[in-house]
Design a protein around this ligand. Structure first.
Ligand code: UDP
Length: 487
């Protein structure tokens, strides 16, 4: 008898570590990705997912979301926590970002080392999916021989703008001299982006600014990862995706993640009864019965995300503008969203504003946003253009007025208005007259035209996440690649 071939080495079951940067938008989309992976990589080949959450966020998510019931009884999923270096109850404001990143870099190596070579007999990590702004994980992966795939939680268009920063500097388009000049050295975006539409961190006079440096370096590092996951879909961002592919050939566009998750759940016969929540803040669901009482398409939803801080006079201008538009409105005002105030300042708020708000407004501290955007009463969204909010609004077919606050939001709002034509860009303006006019245009004057393109984009999004759609196919490719990485 011929000698039998040597036995193949035993296959490690896939064990994926998902490691987000600890902020609402990042945790939300990466948890959705983890849930999708669980659906698409069934546990029969021993799959495990470890979600690495900051201790602070973990406490909040258990308290505020339905995560504990959604993940209960799933032996293949577990949370592991890591300190972000700040006292547990301290606020996580943007000025703490660089400090948190340095601390995480220091801490994460040991945690990841333990996961790649566990002492407790558990299966070792076979793949790490790390947030794209935690690119130091690529070094850790190389040290321990574990492949790293990055997940950038921003749009492809803003990622491409970040990629172009070194070219913009070389072409002396940065530092900015004239905010309204069209930029010429970002391929694929010529004729579209003005200097004011570049990421806000490009608005510095000193090019050694730590934020600018940080983002440019992180983005350059993406090319070293095994692949890059994006929460977008091909039909929305194909031209810029093609540009990014010249640097990062292996891109998985699997978005919109929240819609994709629902599509895969239905395909698996597990139709969700309601939207799942990954909130770090307690949602006030009382706005839903309020919305039920409003006419179809009559309500403006106003939210500036989890990190925007309004100056007192900006709050006043928005409030007057919204009230003067005569629209009904649902407004998310986080207690920490007004500079130097905790809660909505009660003093000096015009009695006229108070009365109008009682008559046709509803203010909450945090809303179940996906459910709100899907509600038939919503006719428009005044947003800060964070990528999660933008893609959630696109998927719901809700047109937007954009008031970008910082970072990638300046790019998103330009694409919303000029490339995708699903909204209006109010960038760098905040006075009551402009706010009023923009809202009236959105809800009345240009309503039909904007709604038509918004619905068309929403249909494309749904196609992408349906069986055989581009995001569905990219998800299949991602899961196959994760399996082969553990071989
Ligand atoms: N969000 C929410 N309730 C709110 C406001 C926001 O659930 O009242 C969610 C929203 O659905 C989105 C995330 O918080 O998924 C905000 O992410 P985004 O990228 O839009 O902005 P960021 O908070 O990161 O600036």
């Amino acid at each position: 008898l011929p000698p039998s071939p040597p036995a193949a080495p035993p296959r490690e079951p896939p064990h994926v570590v998902v490691f987000p940067f600890p902020a609402q938008g990042h945790v939300n989309s990466m948890l959705k990705l983890a849930e999708l992976l669980m659906l698409c990589l069934p546990g029969d080949d021993g799959l495990r997912i470890t979600f690495l959450n900051s201790e602070h966020n973990h406490r909040h998510i258990l308290r505020c979301s339905d995560v504990s019931s959604r993940f209960a009884g799933r032996p293949t999923f577990c949370f592991k926590t890591i300190s972000d270096g700040l006292p547990l109850e301290a606020p996580r404001s943007m000025d703490k970002l660089l400090g948190m990143l340095s601390y995480l870099k220091l801490k994460a190596r040991d945690v990841l080392a333990e996961l790649t070579a566990p002492a407790d007999g558990q299966s070792p990590a076979t793949c790490i999916i790390a947030d794209g702004i935690l690119s130091f994980v690529i070094d850790v992966g190389e040290e321990f021989g574990v492949p790293v795939v990055l997940f950038r939680t921003i749009s492809a268009c803003s990622l491409w703008a970040y990629f172009c920063i070194p070219r913009l500097i070389e072409a002396e388009e940065l530092p900015i001299r004239d905010m309204d000049r069209l930029i010429t050295s970002a391929p694929g975006m010529e004729g579209l982006l003005r200097c004011r539409d570049l990421p806000s961190l490009c608005r510095v006079t000193d090019l050694s600014d730590p934020f600018l440096q940080f983002v440019t370096i992180q983005t350059g590092q993406s090319t070293r990862a095994r692949g890059l996951i994006l929460n977008t879909f091909e039909a929305l961002e194909e031209p810029v995706l093609d540009q990014i592919r010249a640097h990062c050939p292996n891109i998985y566009t699997v978005g919109p993640l929240h819609a994709h998750l629902k599509s895969q759940l239905s395909a698996a016969g597990q139709v969700p009864t309601r939207h799942s929540s990954n909130s770090l803040r307690k949602e006030d669901r009382s706005c839903l019965p309020w919305l039920d009482r409003q006419p179809v398409g009559s309500v403006l939803y106003v939210s500036f995300g989890s990190a925007t801080v309004l100056k007192r006079d900006q709050l006043t201008e928005f409030w007057h503008g919204i009230v003067n538009s005569k629209c009904r409105f649902l407004w998310v005002l986080r207690p920490d969203s007004i500079e130097s105030h905790v809660g909505i300042p009660k003093d000096n708020i015009d009695a006229e504003l108070q009365t109008a708000t009682e008559e046709r407004g509803c203010i909450v501290e945090w809303a179940p946003q996906e459910e709100v955007l899907a509600h038939p009463a919503i006719g428009g969204f005044l947003t800060h253009s964070g990528w999660n909010s933008t893609i959630e609004s696109i998927t719901a077919g809700v047109p937007m007025v954009c008031w970008p606050y910082f970072a990638d939001q300046q790019v998103n709002s330009r694409f919303v208005s000029e490339a995708w034509k699903v909204g209006l860009d109010m960038k760098d303006r905040c006075n009551r007259k402009v706010v009023e006019t923009m809202i009236k245009d959105l809800m009345v004057g240009r309503r039909d035209e904007l709604s038509r393109s918004a619905v068309a984009k929403a249909n494309q999004a749904m196609e992408a996440v349906s069986e055989g759609g581009s995001s569905w196919d990219h998800m299949n490719r991602l899961t196959e690649d994760i399996r082969s990485m553990s071989g």
